[in-house]
Design a binder for this molecule. Sequence first.
Ligand SMILES: [Zn+2]
Length: 340
Amino acid sequence: MRRIDIFDTTLRDGEQSAGINLNTAEKMEIARQLERFGATVIEAGFPASSPGDFEAVQRIANTVKNSTVTGLARAMKSDIDTSWEALKGGEQPHLHVFLATSPIHMDYKLKKTPDQVVDIAVEAVKYAKKYFPLVQWSAEDAFRSDPEFLVRIINQVIKAGATTINIPDTVGYATPQEYGALFKFLKENVIGIDRVKLSAHCHNDLGMAVANSIAAIENGADQVEGTINGIGERAGNAALEEIAVALHIRKDIYGFETNINLQEIKRTSQLVSQLTGVVIQPNKAVVGKNAFAHESGIHQDGMLKNRETYEIITPELIGETTAPLALGKHSDAMHSRIGQ
Ligand SMILES: [Zn+2]
């Protein structure tokens, strides 16, 4: 079975979403739990963005030992220098440096030509490699970029020393078929792509972040990025607990494994919800309070005879100790809805 790395960005992409403001102690508590959860990489913050982020990233890098700790940096020497100060105490110092590659971002945000963007990306990766053994380079808004341009710039950043290449769907626009096809295209056309880790990063604007992430894995991604409970900018990021459980429950068709400790899912989800104040919708897959509740009488009757009649995931799998078989107004078989 192919091992898929899980890159958690709850403390960076998740934390930057509206209304969330964690202090360093809270970030530390979440990072320690993410380590128990089994995240391969923990993105602890954006060190150059504020002294508070710097301090949190530094403390997490110095504390967490079983996950690789990374921080985000713009393609600027000052961001990379600051990130090194924050991350150098880590077991395996890892930097995540990004630059936009789509026409709309290059023209309007960066005001740079494609040639200039290639030069800036290469220079940033080379500079980062002076400090960091592990450098992830992200093509921001990759999905809306010209695939031929992506091949060109990725060829160059791999040559410059990048160890991971991330292909984000920054605005949540992709469909699974298209996003998978982009990974297949890059696998077939980028020189040296098999020497680096290829990563997927999806947003949920069209409700397809988890499906898109899995499509990327099926087409060659070695790593998926996301957050606990799917928190993040706008409609959020891919929910890591959903990806982990989907790959586990349907390993018969996918055949991939992760290092995620599924037993820690419920605890991790609850902790992130409590500390961020972001409530989990009751019907959310895997971690919603109703994810294992069977309201209709017909379902309850079936469950009591054999749980597999209506249950594909057991609450115990994700570390939930009490399984609610909700006895609500629909329990009476006479009045039950036929649940489908
Ligand atoms: Zn993102």
